[in-house]
Design a binder for this molecule. Structure first.
Ligand SMILES: NC(=O)c1ccc[n+]([C@@H]2O[C@H](COP(=O)([O-])OP(=O)(O)OC[C@H]3O[C@@H](n4cnc5c(N)ncnc54)[C@H](O)[C@@H]3O)[C@@H](O)[C@H]2O)c1
Length: 251
């Protein structure tokens, strides 16, 4: 399975890391389907303008109807679904707070988007991958799943849950030629992180000091890992979590 001519769905590809993943997979030769609550069409148009094939589908990954329409559109336009990058998350817009103050509504929202939304996207793509006898699922977790994150207990919990989902789905789907792996980024200067203003000099300095490679992490630092996990080169690797954070977490 080479990426050339394959079809990749990237959730949350309207901005930030998802947009960087979409651009890299397009450069690798894949047809791109961007699914996002906002900016899906605009992001696809940017890729299309570079001579690659991309469409945007406005999608709420928590909506079963939206996700079914997303898969139907990918099949109608490109005829196949080979790669699913589950990147969309309730992340940059979350509220920080001590765990007693997070509140049940915020917990439900977090788990609904990050866990159930990811499940729905996998459920919609897998039948097509099974029919084709091959597929690549990449789930974007987070270093916080391994290190923990004070002030973001619900977020870190959701990202740890995705590692369990990765391993369990890998075990269910390996016999069908489908691999399922996770990528765990460190704090990365995505559009959302910059806009949210968490990147105070003190916070960025402490991130840099925690790393073996003591510099800021950029979206481009992550695209090679996603490209590899989406390609034929990772055919015998499944259920794994690749930490890409300059050597802050070492597993
Ligand atoms: N940037 C970081 O520091 C960092 C670190 C570790 C992990 N991650 C993970 O990487 C991924 C991308 O990070 P980012 O910084 O680009 O995040 P971001 O919050 O800036 O962007 C997330 C994207 O997902 C979309 N989205 C949110 N809810 C959605 C829904 N219900 N349906 C469809 N789309 C939805 C948003 O519109 C947005 O385009 C996320 O999974 C995040 O948890 C990011």
């Amino acid at each position: 399975m080479s990426i050339l001519g394959k079809t990749a769905i990237i959730t949350g590809g309207g901005m930030g890391l998802g947009k960087a993943f979409a651009k890299r997979l397009a450069a690798d030769g894949a047809n791109i389907v961007i699914a996002d609550l906002r900016n899906a069409e605009a992001s696809a148009a940017e890729i299309d303008a570079q001579g690659k094939r991309a469409i945007g589908v406005t999608t709420d990954i928590c909506s079963e109807d939206d996700v079914a329409r997303l898969a139907e559109t990918a099949i109608r336009v490109f005829g196949r679904i080979d790669i699913l990058v589950n990147n969309a998350a309730y992340f940059a817009r979350t509220k920080e707070g001590g765990f007693e103050d997070i509140g049940v509504d915020e917990w439900h929202r977090m788990l609904n988007v990050n866990i159930i939304g990811t499940y729905l996207c996998c459920r919609a793509a897998v039948p097509h991958m099974k029919r084709q006898g091959s597929g690549r699922i990449v789930i974007v977790s987070s270093g916080t799943a391994i290190k923990g994150a004070a002030g973001h207990v619900h977020y870190a919990t959701s990202k740890a849950g995705l590692i369990g989902m990765t391993r369990s789905l890998a075990r269910e789907l390996g016999k069908d030629g489908i691999t399922v792996n996770a990528v765990a980024p460190g704090l990365t200067l995505s559009d959302g992180v910059i806009a949210r203003g968490v990147t105070t000099p003190g916070q960025m300095d402490s991130q840099r000091k925690s790393r073996a490679i003591p510099r800021d992490e950029q979206p481009e630092d992550l695209v090679g890992a996603v490209s590899f996990l989406a390609s034929a080169d990772s055919a015998f690797m499944t259920g794994q979590t690749m930490v890409v954070d300059g050597g802050s977490v070492m597993v």
